[in-house]
Design a protein around this ligand. Structure first.
Ligand SMILES: [Zn+2]
Length: 439
């Protein structure tokens, strides 16, 4: 059975690798023999697809511990069944005569996995790496396989973008992006696994503010935007989960609601003001100590940031803006508290923030002698709507709990206009089978 699962992983891996190569290849010299081998293998994999699909179904029934992984694979399998991934791959090989040595190393790693498939240590390491990675990104699939091979003792060149880049990266995705931190204590060392942070830090890496010399590839990390070619409707091309996810955020909040008894309590405290314009939003990175309690389970407030207009709609209508408070618990689970900002009187908390918010994209600013309490941005009432969603920015990772407060707070029209982004809101996403709860 292990072997079967492994083959499925391999086919998926090849598909992913091809797609990955397709979007990120570089025109550098490479061995044509290797390419030929890869193409051959890919064709072989393509033929076996039907067979493997059946095996996957069987595997789902027979191997309960692998069930959730199998479900994740299902999403990727779909891309293969409808030919998307294979077409990508074929197109990549047809159009391009050469792939960069690094890309080849990535593909080569997957090839090595074929041979190493009987070695339980390799399989186990691969599974482990996959479990720890975000399947929403094709790059992570490659990173996972490379790391698995490396940790199983194989001589594998690991892509530079797969290498841990030190503690200056938060293991959170974009919503949870904490950017360069002077106090990297909150960064979990366990982030040695291929996590999605690199994707999420695409722009940041470009800034070079926390990239190391020689991290050439990191600087080519995928870019995204709120309009144009890299706008939300195209995020799925680079970040699979944004296009394929079934529990995406934001959503249009409307009845019917399910009554919930859950409680949400924000215990935020005063702390030094660290604020950044990261090119997508204004974000305040928060020092340790502020917490959100969801049914008395603590989540640490990591950062908060703004969207204009509000990403969430209520009965189809947006508010002027929204602030997202991003929290993370000990297990690494994310919870976002959303506070809608409604046009009205001036907001003194916002006033203080806007005074220090950089107009242009750049590094984090630690404002000397200024403290800020995030509680200043909360309404008195903590009644909320809640649902299970995702990061609203690439890589759109799911499994994020959302709590949107029913009571908005004021922001003046001038303050809205002072926000340096005219529009930085992802459109609402289908609810699919989800249920919105109301307190
Ligand atoms: Zn947000």
């Amino acid at each position: 059975m292990k072997r079967i699962i492994f083959e499925i992983l391999l086919v998926l891996g090849l598909g992913g690798a091809g797609a990955f190569g397709f979007v990120t290849f570089q025109k550098e010299k490479a061995s044509t023999t290797q390419l030929a081998q890869l193409t051959e293998q890919t064709e072989g994999s393509g033929k076996k697809l039907e067979e493997l699909t059946a095996e996957l179904e069987k595997a789902q029934k027979e191997v309960p511990p692998l069930q959730s992984k199998a479900l994740q694979l299902e999403a990727l399998r779909e891309a293969l069944v409808n030919g998307e991934a294979l077409r990508d791959l074929e197109a990549a090989y047809k159009k391009e005569k050469t792939l960069s040595p690094e890309r080849l190393a990535g593909l080569g790693a997957l090839r090595l996995l074929t041979k190493g498939g009987d070695d339980p240590a390799t399989v186990e390491a691969f599974q482990k790496a996959l479990n720890a990675s975000d399947w929403g990104s094709r790059r992570n699939l490659i990173c996972a396989s490379q790391k698995a091979l490396a940790s199983a003792g194989q001589d594998v060149k690991v892509l530079s973008e797969c290498l841990p880049t030190g503690v200056s990266k938060m293991p959170l995705a974009d919503e949870g992006k904490a950017v360069k931190s002077e106090k990297p204590v909150k960064v979990e060392k366990s982030d040695k696994d291929s996590h999605a942070d690199k994707d999420a830090h695409g722009d940041q890496a470009k800034d070079g503010e926390d990239s190391k010399p020689g991290e050439k590839d990191a600087k080519k990390a995928p870019h995204w935007d709120y309009e144009g070619e890299m706008g939300p409707e195209n995020w799925g091309k680079e970040f699979a989960m944004c296009g394929r996810g079934r529990s995406q955020s934001p959503v249009d909040i409307r009845t019917p609601f399910e009554k919930t008894k859950a409680s949400v309590v924000a215990a935020y405290q005063n702390g030094p003001l660290r604020i950044i314009n990261n090119g997508h939003t204004i974000q305040v990175n928060v020092a340790e100590g502020s917490k959100l309690r969801v049914d008395s389970l603590p989540y640490d407030l990591v950062q908060f940031h703004f969207h204009r207009p509000s990403e969430e709609l209520v009965d189809g209508k947006p508010q002027a803006m929204v602030v997202h408070f991003v929290h993370k618990n000990k297990e690494g689970k994310l919870a976002v508290l959303g506070v809608l900002l409604k046009e009205g009187n001036e907001n003194p908390g916002i006033k203080q923030l806007w005074e220090h918010a950089p107009k242009k994209k750049g590094p984090e600013v630690a404002v000397d002698g200024v403290k800020f309490n995030p509680a200043n941005l909360l309404p008195r009432e903590m009644e909320f709507w809640s649902y299970d969603g995702s990061l609203t920015t690439p890589p759109c990772t799911e499994g994020v709990k959302f709590f949107i407060l029913k009571t908005p707070v004021n922001i003046s029209r001038e303050q809205v206009e002072q926000f340096p982004f005219k529009k930085n809101a992802r459109p609402v996403q289908p609810l699919n089978n989800r249920q919105i709860s109301a307190s």
